[in-house]
Design a protein around this ligand. Structure first.
Ligand code: HAM
Length: 420
C-alpha cells in the first residue's frame, strides 16, 4: 500500500460540503468589500520567502526548499502574502492602482510537527490591501476578517489586536526586551535561547512553561510605541469601535513572521476541545515587503485564515449546513429491456438541468430503491414493461409517497413543478 505524505490528508466527500460552503462565503464576503481574486503559483523562487529581513523560525526551518533541474532554488509557498507581493511588483500593479485589494485561497506548505489543526499541507484564505497606510484601512481589514467568521456562523471566536509600532518603536522595544531577558538566559528553553539574538519578539509567545513564567513581567511593545505609532493604534481602535468590531487588546500578541509593523491581529477559536492550535487566522500591517521584493516603498495590510482549522471549528460548534446534496430524481428500471427507454429519459432530464442518477447494474427493485434513498433523491422515476410500451413513466415523491403514472412527455414539467 502507498500512503499519503506525513502531515497531508485527503479531503473526502463529507468535508467537501464544508469546503464548498466556505468557498461560497469567501466569495460573498470579499465581494462586499470589493476584493478581487488572485491566484499565484504554489512554487516561487526561494528568495521570495528567504529574505535577509525574514528570520522567523517558520521561514528558516519549515519551508520545503528544492532545486529544479536547472539548478534554480525553489520553495513551496509557506504562506500567501510574499507571492502576492512578488506578483504586485512584477506586474507593476502599483502603476495602475493606488489601492490593490485581493484575496486568495489555496494550499500552503510548512514542515511542521503534525498534530490536530497543524498540517504540512494546509490551506489558507487570505486578503491583502496594498497601497495605503491609513488606520481606517486597518480597521476595515479587521472588520472583514471578523465579518467572515460571523458569516460562517462561528460564535466562539475572539479577535485580538496589538501594535508592534514603527521601526523606531521596535528598535527601542527590542533593546528593552533583550535587556530584560539576558539575566534569564540560562533558564530559557533552547528554542528561546536561540531566538534571543535572532528574534527576541518570538519569545513572547513561546509555549514553554518556564518561558511563559519568565515573560510574564517582560516589557510590552505597547509601552515603547513612538508618538506616531501610538496615535495610529488609537485611531485604528477608534474605527474598530465605530465599525462595531468586538475585539480585545493583547499586548503580548506577536506574529510568527518578521515582516509586520504597527497593527497586528489574530482571530482565535475560544472552544474547550479545540486543542492548542487555536489561531484560526491572523495578520497585520507590513511596510517593507513591496520594497524588499523590488517595488517602490508601499505599505500594505492583510490576514489569512487556516481553512483546515475553520473546518475543525465548524464541526466543533456543530454548525448545520444547508443540505443541497440531494438528487432531484433516481431512475429505477426493472430490467435490461427498459435500458434504452430509460437512458433517453435520463439524458433529457439532465439536459434540462435536473440532477439525476440511476443504477448501472440493474439490480432488484429493493436495492435500487435503497440507493435512491441513500442519495436523498426527492423523486423516483419507475420504468417497467408497461411504462416502456406505452410511453409512460411512474413518478413517486419519496417524501409524500404520492405516486402517479403519467405520459413521458409531461415528466419534465411535472418534476419541475414538484421541485419548486
Ligand atoms: P500565519 O499566522 O503564519 O500568517 O498563518 C495564518 C493562519 O494559517 C494561521 O492562523 C492558521 O490558522 C493557519 N496555519 C498556519 N500554519 C498552519 C499549519 N501548519 N496547519 C494548519 N493551519 C496552519 C500568515 O501566513 C500571513 N501570511 C498572514 C498575513 C496575510 N499577514 C498579512 N497578510
Amino acid at each position: 500500500m502507498v500512503n499519503k505524505v506525513k502531515g497531508t490528508y485527503d479531503i473526502l466527500s463529507e468535508d467537501i460540503k464544508i469546503w464548498h460552503f466556505l468557498e461560497q462565503k469567501i466569495k460573498e464576503v470579499t465581494k462586499k468589500y470589493n476584493y478581487t481574486e488572485i491566484r499565484t503559483p504554489i512554487m516561487e523562487y526561494s528568495n521570495v520567502f528567504h529574505r535577509e529581513s525574514e528570520q522567523s523560525d517558520m521561514v528558516l526551518k519549515e519551508t520545503y526548499n528544492f532545486k529544479d533541474k536547472g539548478n534554480r532554488d525553489l520553495t513551496l509557498r509557506p504562506e500567501g502574502t510574499a507571492g502576492v507581493i512578488r506578483s504586485y511588483v512584477e506586474n507593476k500593479t502599483y502603476a495602475t492602482s493606488d489601492l490593490y485589494k485581493v484575496y486568495y485561497v489555496g494550499p500552503m506548505f510548512r514542515y511542521e510537527r503534525p498534530q490536530k489543526g497543524r498540517y504540512r499541507q494546509f490551506h489558507q484564505f487570505g486578503c491583502e490591501a496594498i497601497g495605503y497606510k491609513n488606520p481606517l484601512l486597518d480597521a476595515e481589514v479587521i472588520k472583514l476578517a471578523s465579518d467572515f467568521v460571523k458569516a460562517i456562523g462561528l460564535k466562539n471566536v475572539i479577535v485580538e489586536v496589538n501594535s508592534l509600532g514603527d521601526s523606531e518603536s521596535r528598535e527601542n522595544y527590542y533593546k528593552a526586551l533583550k535587556e530584560y531577558l539576558i539575566p534569564f538566559k540560562d533558564e530559557l528553553s533552547n528554542d528561546s535561547k536561540d531566538r534571543l539574538e535572532r528574534n527576541p519578539l518570538r519569545i513572547l509567545d513561546s509555549k514553554d512553561k518556564k518561558d511563559i513564567e519568565i515573560v510574564k513581567n517582560a516589557p510590552k511593545p505597547i509601552d515603547y510605541l513612538s508618538k506616531e505609532s501610538k496615535k495610529y493604534f488609537e485611531d485604528t481602535i477608534k474605527y474598530l469601535e465605530i465599525m462595531d468590531v468586538k475585539y480585545s487588546i493583547n499586548n503580548k500578541l506577536v506574529r510568527g513572521l518578521d515582516y509586520y509593523s504597527e497593527v497586528v491581529f489574530e482571530i482565535l477559536a475560544d472552544l474547550k476541545n479545540f486543542g492548542s492550535q487555536n489561531a484560526l487566522g491572523g495578520g497585520g500591517r507590513y511596510e517593507n515587503l513591496v520594497n524588499e521584493l523590488g517595488g517602490p516603498k508601499t505599505s500594505a495590510i492583510g490576514f489569512s485564515f487556516g481553512i483546515d482549522r475553520l473546518i475543525l471549528a465548524i464541526k466543533e460548534e456543530e454548525i448545520q449546513l444547508e443540505d443541497n446534496d440531494s438528487l432531484d430524481a433516481y431512475v429505477i428500471m426493472f430490467s435490461e429491456n427498459e435500458l434504452d427507454y430509460g437512458l433517453n429519459i435520463i439524458n433529457e432530464l439532465r439536459s434540462n438541468n435536473l440532477l439525476v442518477d440511476f443504477d448501472f447494474k440493474t439490480r432488484s427493485f429493493r436495492n435500487q430503491l435503497r440507493r435512491a434513498l441513500n442519495n436523498n433523491s426527492k423523486y423516483l422515476i419507475i420504468i417497467g414493461d408497461n411504462e416502456k410500451n406505452n410511453n409512460l413513466v411512474t413518478l413517486k415523491n419519496t417524501i409524500t409517497e404520492e405516486e402517479e403514472t403519467i405520459n413521458k412527455d409531461l415528466l419534465i414539467d411535472k418534476l419541475k413543478e414538484g421541485l419548486k
